[in-house]
Design a protein around this ligand. Structure first.
Ligand SMILES: O=c1ccn([C@@H]2O[C@H](COP(=O)(O)O)[C@@H](O)[C@H]2O)c(=O)[nH]1
Length: 273
């Protein structure tokens, strides 16, 4: 899915919700846990329940890799079950020397046909270029993360007086275009979004941290939205585990709809005219 198809979906659905499929078998309803294909069944029920309210799904590979070969099969079947109208993200946070990054890019863009993959920027240009060579796919680079550890390196001041994360975003933004490059910015960092938009007014941002991590959808929308919306707000646990009973799918639908309705309001209020 390209940028204009993504923005088309956002407009049509009045939603920029991305549902995070971080499925932890110990947290899913007890009645499913005994089923042989528990994670896949859970994912399918969540996708059926939420697809009308969201425009994207993010599969965090850690929750599948933990089961070895079986986990990769579940990941593949989950990806195949996501409707083609939805943008798909492999949250794998890869990045290595170029020769190795090329294999990671092939994995997520060819072996599995994700629309996007998350990449860690620490190893620099040659570690990111192999992903960006897929000009019809999106490379989503970690910009300013949602966790406490963001303070350890991302907020260090460089000799230019800027934060390290600003240098990272600013430099990497010249390596790609708004059609193949996005950045991750945590919802818990909403106060920085106004500044980030000065550096990258056009690129889409993937925003995790609303829900379980306490980030504010309102603030993210107020400070991060651009004329195309430019936001994919990921919500995982607070949708997946909104109920741990037999009504988990209905409850996930209700919570997703609430997010979608709040997003409709934010689009009316904050979309620049
Ligand atoms: O800075 C970051 C980067 C990635 N993540 C990922 O997003 C989701 C958040 O899930 P919730 O359950 O909604 O908290 C998860 O996959 C993280 O690995 C992030 O949270 N922050």
């Amino acid at each position: 899915m390209n940028r204009s198809q993504l923005t088309g979906q956002i407009k049509a659905k009045q939603s920029y919700l991305c549902v995070g499929l971080d499925t932890d078998v110990t947290k899913i309803p007890a009645h499913l846990q005994s089923q042989p294909q528990a994670v896949l069944q859970f994912n399918k029920a969540i996708i059926d329940a939420t697809k009308n309210y969201c425009v994207a799904y993010k599969i965090n590979t850690a929750f599948y890799e933990v089961y070895g070969l079986k986990g990769w099969e579940i990941l593949e079947e989950t990806l195949a079950y996501i409707p083609s109208t939805h943008f798909t993200i492999a949250d794998a946070k890869r990045g290595d020397i170029g020769n190795t990054s090329a294999q990671y890019a092939r994995t997520f863009f060819e072996t599995y046909s994700f629309d996007a993959v998350t990449v860690a920027p620490y190893m620099g240009e040659d570690s990111i270029r192999p992903f960006l060579e897929y000009t019809d796919k999106f490379t989503i680079v970690l910009g300013l993360t949602s966790n406490k550890g963001a303070g350890d390196f991302e907020y260090l001041k460089t000799n230019t007086g800027n934060y390290f994360y600003e240098e990272v975003i600013s430099k990497i933004s010249t390596w790609g275009t708004q059609d193949n490059l996005m950045f991750v910015v945590g919802a818990t960092q909403a106060k920085e979004l106004e500044n980030i938009r000065k550096i990258i007014p056009s690129n889409f941002l993937l925003i995790p941290g609303v829900g379980a991590q306490g980030g504010s959808l309102e603030d993210v929308s107020k400070y991060g939205m651009n004329k195309d919306c430019g936001l994919l707000v990921n919500v995982g646990r607070s949708i997946l585990y909104a109920s741990t009973q037999e009504d988990f799918a209905e409850t996930a639908a209700t919570v997703s709809k609430e997010y979608q309705q709040q997003m409709t309001g934010c689009l009316k209020t904050y979309l620049p005219v």
